[in-house]
Design a protein around this ligand. Sequence first.
Ligand code: HEC
Ligand code: HEC
Length: 479
Amino acid sequence: MRAVLRCLGVAMAIGVVCCALSPPALTSAFADASAANARSAAGAASQTDPAPVLTSQERAVLLALSPMPLPPPPPDPANRFADSPPAAALGQRLFYDPSFAGPLLDSDNNGGPQSLGSTGQAGRVACAGCHLPTGGFSDTRSFQRQISLGAGWGRRRAPSLLDVGQAKLLMWDGRRDALYNQIFGPLESVVEMNSSRLYMAEQIRRKYAGDYRAIFGPIPPLDDPTQFPQLRADRTGCQPKNRSDPQPLCNGPFHGMPGDHAEFDGLSPDKQRAVTAVVVNAGKAIAAFERLLRCGPAPFDAWIHGDAAAVSQPAQRGAALFVDKAGCVGCHSGPFLSDQQFHNVGLKPQIVQQAFKDSGDRGAAAGLADARADPLNTLGRFSDGSDGRLPSAIAPAMEGAFRTPTLRCVSTRPAFMHTGQLRTLAAVTSFFDRGGDSSGYPGRSEIHPLGLSEREESDLVAFLQSLDGPGAEAIYRAP
Ligand code: HEC
Ligand code: HEC
């Protein structure tokens, strides 16, 4: 059993950043009076099962959630390979390849189906190890299905990657501003892949040189030991103080990345840049693949576009609640039901996976500062262009704020919220209904009690379930 710990993010104090909030939800004051009356009359006629009636306002707001066809990911000027099919094909292979990973550490890695191998084994953790194609690219593998066991235990839940191409600021806290630089996080985290950019670059040279060249041009002679020290799988990444119970931040010697006082730091600045550029390009390929992962149209879309029988009556009532009385659309807006902004919803972290509690997590207040300071960000030399996605100041409201998750395909997720502490959609709607927790989290909550009846809560759940589309195409669900 291991110690209760703080968050993964490395706080870097930088005075910066954030963002305007989304449009307010409709209030009943705006609702079409006659339809609202019809609804209460229907409610009086049948307490248990009132016929769903939408006001014209509610219908208009719901239609805005459902442009048909659903839009593809917006262009990504930071990655000129974002929509390149050959890059995506290479990215798909890299996504499923565990051979970039260093050794597994935590003693919970017991070789069983809920771990990726046994302690000490290297080459076991692929991206797909925590973003499972059979689980909507979320983690349905690790014990208790809340947080993830890679080389060690992380502290936050692995989000689904369906529709991730819609997001410009990534992670629960906005710590990354592009898919291409996001991969450095899991690669160099001691509790995820426990590896390094030098090792990954050398593996790419060994295994993918031909494909790499065809897309990105020449690859440095990373296999020449006179030019680049050859890292072994058992030396890449971190050797933490307590190997069987690694903490999220490396607290021992590490190898193959900046600050290692060893293989990477010993390279000339040009060679360091060349190594990083190979992994950035791998990230650009993986990004091109990730942009193809979509939830796709759901019964909700068919219903709001005229197929009256596509969703149940509770789901129809839930749809009206979502955009009106319950105010969910204030944050869960747009075709993917996320404003892609950061909000404090007053979640008091609970213990998950028996021993871990993500308390004191400042969320976007720390994450956005990290993204601003990241030399790999979209303003830096490895980016192909910038579109101003990084906020220029960090608003006080970012304290304890997390990114609004998309809600398409939400019901297939193994657990909910950044902590993974809520196990069912009913628990989530009940959380929002009571206005979140009263204390025990950083910052100030934006939400308030809603006064929903039990039936209204279950109607909301039925609506959320009507957002499940077919998920990623079969060709993307395997290497
Ligand atoms: C050990 C488990 C694990 C592995 C391995 C892993 N991830 Fe993740 N992934 C997570 C967790 C946990 C988060 C959320 C962390 C956070 O926000 O602090 C995440 C977040 C993400 C996000 C951000 C999604 C969003 O909506 O913001 C992307 C993209 C992603 N991972 C892609 C990858 C890729 C690509 C790889 C392989 C290079 C990878 N992951 C490897 C667990 C993992
Ligand atoms: C103030 C903005 C805001 C409002 C209003 C809001 N949400 Fe959310 N929602 C969020 C944020 C932010 C999270 C993630 C919070 C976290 O993980 O700490 C979230 C998480 C969720 C999740 C979990 C998804 C996942 O992948 O973990 C569901 C489901 C959800 N909201 C549904 C709703 C419903 C239904 C309503 C209306 C009753 C609602 N939300 C109102 C911002 C909001």
